[in-house]
Design a protein around this ligand. Sequence first.
Ligand code: GLU
Length: 556
Amino acid sequence: MDFSRLAELLFPDVTKTPEDIEASFPKRELPEGAKVTRLAPSPTGFIHFGTLFPALVNERLAHQSEGIFYLRVEDTDSKREVEGAEEDLINTLAYYRIEFDEGAIAGGDNGVYGPYRQSHRADIYHVFAKQLVSEGKAYPCFSSEEELEALKVTDKKAEIQNKDWHSDESAQRAERQAAQRAITIEEVKEHLEAGDPFVLRILANGDPEKKTPFTDLIKGSLQIPENDEDFVLLKSDGIPTYHFAHAVDDHLMGTTHVIRGEEWLPSLAKHIQLFRYLGFRMPKYMHLAQLMKLEGNSKKKLSKRDKGAALADYRAEGYPPESVIEYVMTLLNSNYEEWRRANPDEDWKSFPFSIKKMNTSGALFDLDKFTDVSKTTISRMTAERVYEGISEWARSYDPEFSALLERDPAYATRILSIGRGGKKSRKDLAKWNEAKAYMSFFYDEIFERVDAYPEGFDKTDIKAALDAFADSYDPNTDNNGWFDGVKAISEKLGFSPDVKAYKNDPDSFKGHVGDVSNFIRIAVTGRQNSPDLFEIMQILGYDRTVARVRDEASKL
Ligand code: GLU
């Protein structure tokens, strides 16, 4: 067969050569050892929580080595594409503070190695496709999927035809492919003249009995059987498959490390073959184990259908990006938590991320642990950052609460600064959607009483304590002076001002100072548990505090 003629027939409009293309993607000038990595998601409408794994590994390895991390949108599968998904993808990654040096941005590109959307790169792929055809390494296939399916010899068909056929996949494939490859140039011409669609297939020359040694940076030494499958390079709409686009793009864009999910490991044989055929140097590869969840006692892959898989849900619930990153880092490197304990205030990027400390089997997604990490992360934030996080969340998800917050940001920030800072910050919040309930008693409009007064006390005593407090509360004393006042009320009403004394001789008292302050707490906040009561009253102010206490006393 005259391959150059075939190439001309299939790609008459392609005038550029691979050299022309190479010239517009010059080698990157980077310091020695700098890694070039990418995140290459497909905009299929749903970013999985697990996407953050490759995102952070890629980002860390690039930026720790003074390299480049870029975003490439792999939008070659128009059947699976969802309207608005790309925008959502870009926004969600930005929300989680995944910082790209180059790549697709809203409405365009940032960087000179683009276009960074595969759907805009058809011309580039066609140049390399034409080259492969002209070298006899690829050929057109005009058979439809159905026709090919019909060619497959199954055990059942063999039985009917009484053939001695064993289900050796490779032998079957060879037979089928021999038929596909037998197409003549005249037949190609006829099909093209008739306007028949075709796919472009690689002409595989591998022998699966032979193995190629391969080192994966996570999985270690592997033996990859050679590829003997004439897989598709270009689909009938001229758009490449993942395999072909991966080889062309990662070569031209200068990727040094391909870090992707382990679901791509079985395709590696195809990629090795393609890089060889194209004469490209292979990047290094890291195949990351998938995120797992616990079901009963066994580990299962966190699949797209699982609750808790969609990143957007975490945003909607108001998990701050800092918490999500912090949690993913604890899953990625086994020594991260230890580092964090020693460096509570450091930026997470100061952590020396290491491939060696990575989990080689799937890390386990554990919501309780995540909640815990998030509480600690939020407890380390400034009140201003917490306010910003809550109000940003509320703007989208709770407009009523948002209006209350934005009416007086200084007031809200003051509330959020209670118990913050110092050695042991309070850990009240794991996500922003918990803030409303936590802060509600500061806002008369949404204040609801949650807890009743504890059992075992006489109502008249509770009332007397509330009245005494309302009569004597002096907002100008400090925390100690305030508590002395509660002690004095306790003593007067037959409650022990000292908890220890009460415990030694409970029968001599109605209760102790803690009980009295609890009555006041419930009157003021409507709940048994709250942050520091003195501070709460300071923020509420004298009038509201006393009004609430009197109002409660009058009901008892
Ligand atoms: N588009 C592929 C995916 O979403 C990318 C895999 C890769 O990083 O190469 O799975």
